[in-house]
Every structure is written in C-alpha cells, then in structure tokens.
Design a protein around this ligand. Structure first.
Ligand code: SF4
Length: 440
C-alpha cells in the first residue's frame, strides 16, 4: 500500500513488536484500525512461504480494470485471510480509481421520517413504532416544509423521505391520520409531500417507501429524480421464526427484486444495497450483489449500491447479535466494488466510525447522505460526521470531496429528458458537470 506514510510505517513496526507476543486474531480485535498496517509490515519482514501463499492471490492477479469478477472469484475474495486483505483492498481501490478518479462524493440532505409506523417488525430496526409507542410520529406538511427550508439554508440539495412500509394496512390509527390529512394511503401522502418539496423548495426528493407496484414507481418517479429500496439480502430463510425478518412480510427477497426490476423497466435511477451481519452467510452477500448486478445488466438503472453494516442497539430484538467486524465490512465493500466495478458504491461513515476512512481503501466512491441538520433516524445513536471532518479525512486519503445531488450525474439526462417541473428543478440544482450547484 504505497499510500502509507512514514509515520504509519513507524507505527506499524511498533505494532508488529507487540504482535510478536500475541495472536493475529487478538491483535486485530484489540486494534481493528491496524488491519491494513499489520499486513503490510508482516508481508515486508516475513517473506511469504509457498505454503502461506494467499488463497486468493491468483484470482486477484486476474482482475482487470472495469471488468466484473466472477461469482467464484468473489467467493474467494470475501473469505480472504487477513494476509490477503491488503491485496484485495488494493485491487478494489484501483477499480474505484478506474471508475471515478480522485473524487469521493456525498449528498447533503435533510432526513424526513414521514411516518415511523410500519407494518413490518425487522429484528434490527430502531426506527419503527406501533401506535401509542413513545416517539410515534407522522410529519405534517408544515413540518416537512420547515425542515426542508432549514436544509436549504444549510446548503442541502436532497430531501430524503424514509418511512415504514404501508402502516395503514395494519393500524387503524394510521388510517385515521391519513383521513385527517386528506389522503387514501401513505403512498398518496408521500407523493403529495414529494410534490410539495419539489414545488416549494430547491431540494430534490428521494423517497424510500418500501415495496412499490409498477403504478407507484411511475407516480413517485414523476415527483422525484431517484428513489431507493434496500434489497438487503436474497436469503429468504431470514423470514423464518426468530430470524431477522421474522414478521417482516415486505422483506421477502422476491418481492423486493420485483420492485427494483419495475424501476428498471421504467428507467428510474435507483439506489439499493445489502445489509451485512443480519444472519446471512458470506455466500449470501455475493448472491445479493449478483442479483443487483443482474438487474443492472438488464436495465442499467442501478445508480448506487449501499453496503450497510448491522449495528447492535439496546432497544432492538437483535440487541445481543454480534456486529460484523471492520474486516468483514472492508471485504464486503471491496467485493462489491469488484463485482460492480462501474457502479457507485456507498457505505455510511457513521456506521464505521471512528475508522470510516478505511472504507475509501476498500473502493467506495461515495459517503451517501450526510445531514448538517437532522439526525440519522435509522441509527440515532450514530451521528453523521460533520461535513468538514468528512472533507478533511477524505482529503487526507488523497481525494477531493464533492457534493452531489440525490440522483447521480450519469443518470441526470434520463430525468431531464422529460419536460416538466421535475426536469426544471433538477436542471436548476445541477452544475454543468452534474454535481450540486449549492455545493457548500
Ligand atoms: S427496517 Fe423498514 S421495513 Fe423493517 S421494521 Fe424498520 S421501518 Fe419497517
């Protein structure tokens, strides 16, 4: 890793001295930050013996810039040893640079939890509420506008709508709230709020409403330049009793794939991704990425793949579930980059804090949405880093930080091609090179 400084190498030698009297596993557990440093120095002072050759070295040697790797190779990479990890990261980093040179982007956003009622009960979710629970809330139009106006003032360009999936199907209280607001369903209300934000502010809506029919993909695409749905996993066994998606009918992978496919048929720029550490295997992670790749090869509409790591919290059914290690996260990001070398890969920095800048080594080209105003309502105990801190750490890795819109620049022409309010607002928000005009 040529990018290591003299200071790092000095640090590594000290680390290795301590390594001598301990085991590799214990070392990594104690000093996760040093996974990369550890391997670099060990490789340089302990020439690899033939029997210690890296298990995936020959596959890595075959990686070609811009060419997606095979399932078989991806499986080797995701199970690579700590000794192989620096080589894997170097390959992923090179693939990222081939895709988008020297820049890491982020979206400056406000987070709008339109309603936290949800008919699903995912084992890792802190966001959802039942009626009557403390903190239950459905935002009013005035609240939506007030947050967006404050976001405008702070240079935001994205209004991210996150909400539970069709709560009115389960809760009469939500039906009553919607009736009071004047809408037939949560999706009708969401559509109206996207349209309100588009009409009244300079922010661009990006809704994340759960499963969508063909009709609803079309309706929301008329009022937002992009939208999202995490595939999370293709492992349907996680809907079994006691598993992460027990009592979460909207998490059936086939249903989620259908929504993503429908967006593809309608040429809607789409964000999706995988959630690691919820009971899936390493093989499942590869198959989830391959399912996304397959849809992207058919429709070309996947604008971004998020690699999100499960974090345990006291208030969730999976409170005692082990979190994926930092090494697992780096491997997953690197493999996502190599399977999808020409797709934007994002990982949220707040979920890998304080060592989130290691994700740059693994091949991300985007930090996702960062809010200067609203907390991460999905992971409220993990605040986003301050944008200035993010900039400094990105620059320290040798990259420029740039503010993008919720829709990535390569997908903007597909949206602006259709005349109307959305096209006008997007045109006004974008610079000539497709980034955010309000860059702060
Ligand atoms: S993760 Fe989404 S679908 Fe699952 S319970 Fe939470 S809000 Fe509902």
């Amino acid at each position: 890793m040529q990018r290591l400084s003299h200071h790092h190498l000095k640090c590594c030698r000290q680390d290795v001295a301590s390594y001598v009297s301990t085991s590799a596993t214990a070392y990594i557990t104690m000093l996760r930050r040093c996974i990369i440093r550890f391997n670099v120095v060990i490789a340089s002072i302990t020439p690899a013996m033939p029997e210690r050759r890296f298990a995936c070295a020959s596959a890595l040697a075959e990686v070609r810039p811009g060419v997606p790797v095979s399932r078989e190779d991806a499986l080797q990479f995701i199970r690579c040893t700590d000794e192989d990890l620096p080589e894997l990261l170097a390959a992923a980093h090179a693939a990222k640079e081939q895709f988008k040179l020297s820049v890491i982007t982020y979206s400056r956003k406000v987070f709008l939890p339109l309603t936290n009622l949800c008919r699903d009960y995912c084992g890792y979710c802190t966001f959802r509420r039942d009626p009557g629970d403390p903190g239950t809330h459905t935002m009013t139009p005035d609240e939506v506008l007030a947050v967006c106006r404050e976001g405008e003032r702070l240079g935001c360009s994205e209004a991210l709508f996150s909400l539970g999936d069709k709560p009115e199907l389960l809760f009469p209280e939500m039906r009553e709230t919607l009736r009071h607001l004047g809408y037939k369903s949560t999706l009708h209300y969401l559509e109206a709020m996207c349209e309100l934000v588009l009409r009244e502010t300079s922010l661009l809506p990006h809704p994340n409403p759960g499963l969508l029919s063909a009709e609803w993909v079309a309706r929301l695409a008329a009022v937002s330049p992009s939208m999202g749905l995490m595939l999370e996993t293709t492992n349907a066994a996680l809907l079994a009793p006691g598993a992460a998606h027990d009592n979460a009918p909207d998490k059936l992978p086939a249903k989620r794939l259908r929504t993503i496919e429908e967006a593809g048929k309608q040429n809607v720029p789409f964000t999706t991704g995988l959630l690691i550490g919820i009971g899936e295997s390493a093989e499942d992670r590869i198959d989830t990425l391959l399912a996304i790749r397959d849809l992207h090869e058919r429709y070309g509409h996947i604008q971004e793949v998020i690699v999100q790591n499960f974090r345990a919290k006291q208030s969730i059914p999976m409170a005692n579930w082990p979190e994926p290690t930092h090494g697992e996260m780096l491997r997953s990001v690197a493999v996502a980059r190599l399977l999808l070398p020409n797709v934007n890969i994002q990982a949220p920095p707040n979920l890998s804090a304080p060592y989130y800048d290691d994700l740059v080594d693994a091949g991300i080209n985007d930090w996702g949405g960062i809010s200067p105003l609203t907390p991460d309502f999905i992971n409220p105990e993990k605040p986003w880093p301050h944008v200035e801190q993010l900039r400094l750490r990105t620059e320290a890795k040798g990259f420029a930080l740039r503010q993008r819109l919720p829709v990535y620049r390569e997908f903007i022409p597909a949206v602006t091609a259709k005349p109307g309010l959305l096209s006008e607002k997007l045109g006004a928000a974008a610079t000539t090179d497709g980034l955010a005009r309000r860059a702060a």
